[in-house]
Design a protein around this ligand. Structure first.
Ligand SMILES: Cc1cc2nc3c(=O)[nH]c(=O)nc-3n(C[C@H](O)[C@H](O)[C@H](O)COP(=O)(O)OP(=O)(O)OC[C@H]3O[C@@H](n4cnc5c(N)ncnc54)[C@H](O)[C@@H]3O)c2cc1C
Ligand code: SF4
Length: 492
């Protein structure tokens, strides 16, 4: 396993082409825009060496029997699934932002079981190749970007119907050595500070869209790959300290647009090429694993937001107000509801034919659907308690200005016993964690709400619920036991 420092050193050896405002970022490790995201991901490495947390952050490889970082592990039990959620909450409580590595972790798990099922059904040989790649990832303790989302062009059209065929990543040619792919992946969390990306199809596909059924592993600095780093709310503040709110770990995951301009991928790194029948399953598995996470990582982030609300209420002199206490309790309730559902979908997981464990997909989708609401409500309550100053405070430079600073010190003081700077810093932390980029991530990260509703429609088994009602109303007299068992067994 690598330490955080070794991970950072390993990034220095890579040469990804990353642009921001038209200029190339020379080193993602050293640049102020990208460094907080590197720090955040580095914690997923360092915590594996912490004796208090190693049980959560490490696992035993089912392939080699070696101790590995959990972020490279294939879940072997429901206990593994539960530990994942606990690990994510624990890390998020320290970063207060996205630590990015879960996307690749979920991509590995989705690819592992999907390639297995694909080989069984179609007689292909992807799983063996994937297992070799996985061993390499585990051995080198690599960070992978989970690369599913295509730009998608006109949402009403299928991949092959787009005016521009590159709106979805596709195979443009293949020969005995490998394939060449073209297109882009959008909103790529942690991509610029990952080692490899694991490309997956973005949607279920039909025979007409065979060329879009592609999964493969590509180094982030492969020939033909470049990245355009995304703007974030207030990102220019990364050049200051206090104004950032969370200078060490930043906000969200340092997303980018990754362009793939005729990238060659050798066959041993290709895990799907044309098997459109399995694109939907791939998406569903990745999405369910990723949606499982949100009560963990957003639970941890919400712990900090709740703590920040309670602290700011003390600084403001409002902590004893009954409505403030009640709002804090509500924030705890919303947070624990998210967490409970993440634990539930993990505990209710089941074994797939490959031997890997999979979450209960219905409950995993409920987790993420709740996140698209509860996080907004938690942030709303925090804004309510904090007051308007979090949106209107003067800059750090003015605070440190010899002429202006004393006025900021004087007029941003609330309860006399608390230093103004503490209130200022806490206000900035709340501003950073509860608005702009951070909030949108809760809505669309791991899929927009409608994607979960589609899964709920499919998995909700309303027919069975109708039958339950009809039985109780005396409309159905007989209900065969095997039908009952089928309706309540693990769903996929
Ligand atoms: C901060 C952040 C980080 C992310 N990280 C990653 C990552 O690391 N890896 C990754 O693969 N993805 C990542 N994503 C992408 C995420 O999964 C997508 O944002 C999400 O799936 C929604 O896709 P979209 O943004 O293209 O929105 P759209 O698909 O454009 O959705 C916008 C709205 O249109 C609706 N809509 C879209 N298509 C249709 C249709 N055909 N019919 C009816 N309604 C439709 C949607 O339901 C939604 O309401 C990230 C996103 C964010 C915001
Ligand atoms: S949003 Fe959460 S689950 Fe997704 S990569 Fe970031 S920390 Fe992990």
């Amino acid at each position: 396993m690598k330490t955080g420092a070794q991970y950072i050193e390993s990034l220095r050896k890579l040469e990804p082409i990353v642009y921001f405002e038209g200029k190339q970022i020379e080193s993602v490790v050293d640049h102020p825009l990208t460094r907080p995201h590197v720090n955040s991901a580095a914690l997923t490495y360092d915590m594996a060496f912490d004796p208090v947390f190693e049980d959560l952050v490490t696992a035993t490889s089912h392939l080699t029997g070696k101790k590995i970082n959990r972020f490279t592990h294939i879940h072997q039990s429901t206990e593994d699934l539960v530990k994942k959620v606990k690990m994510l909450r624990m890390i998020a409580q320290r970063t207060g932002s996205c630590f990015q590595r879960c996307v690749g972790f979920d991509a590995l798990n989705a690819a592992y079981s999907t390639t297995f099922d694909m080989d069984q059904k179609l007689g292909t040989d992807y799983h063996k190749k994937f297992v070799e790649f996985l061993k390499f990832v585990q051995e080198e303790d690599l960070m992978l970007a989970g690369s599913m989302t295509d730009p998608k062009g006109d949402r009403s059209l299928k991949p092959g119907q787009q005016v521009d065929p590159d709106q979805f990543v596709h195979v443009v040619s293949k020969d005995e050595k490998g394939i060449v792919i073209r297109g882009a992946k959008q909103h790529m969390t942690g991509m610029v500070n990952s080692h490899w990306m694991l490309i997956m199809p973005t949607t279920a596909l039909t025979p007409d869209d065979k060329d879009y059924a592609v999964s493969c592993a590509v180094p982030v600095d492969a020939k033909g790959v470049f990245h355009i780093f995304g703007r974030q709310t207030n990102d220019k503040r990364k050049f200051d300290e206090m104004d950032q709110g969370n200078a060490e770990y930043g906000v969200v995951g340092g997303e980018c647009l990754t362009v793939l301009e005729d990238v060659f991928v050798p066959w041993d790194k290709v895990f799907m090429c044309g098997e459109y029948q399995f694109a939907g399953l791939f998406v569903e598995r990745f999405a369910s694993y990723h949606r499982q996470n949100y009560g963990g990582c957003k639970g941890g982030v919400s712990d900090i937001v709740t703590g920040a609300a309670a602290a700011i209420a003390e600084y403001n002199g409002a902590a004893k107000a009954a409505h403030v206490k009640d709002k804090i309790v509500e924030m705890v309730h919303l947070t624990e509801s998210l967490y409970a559902c993440s634990i539930a979908c993990s505990a209710e997981g089941h074994k797939l034919p490959s031997g890997a464990y999979y979450v209960d997909p219905l409950l995993a989708n409920v987790v993420k659907l709740n996140v698209t609401r509860n996080i907004y409500e938690i942030c709303r309550l925090c804004h309510d308690i904090a007051g308007g100053f979090i949106a209107t405070m003067p800059s750090e430079k003015d605070y440190k200005d010899p002429k202006l600073g004393k006025y900021i010190e004087k007029y941003y003081k609330a309860v006399a016993s608390f230093p103004t700077e503490e209130r200022y810093r806490m206000g900035r932390l709340i501003e950073n964690m509860t608005g702009g980029t951070a909030l949108v991530e809760s809505m669309h990260g791991a899929g927009s709400p409608q994607a979960m509703r589609v899964m709920l429609t499919r998995q909700g088994n309303v027919e069975h619920k109708k039958e339950l009602a009809k039985r109780l109303a005396g409309i159905i007299k007989e209900y065969p036991a095997e039908k009952e068992a089928a309706a309540t067994k693990d769903k996929e």
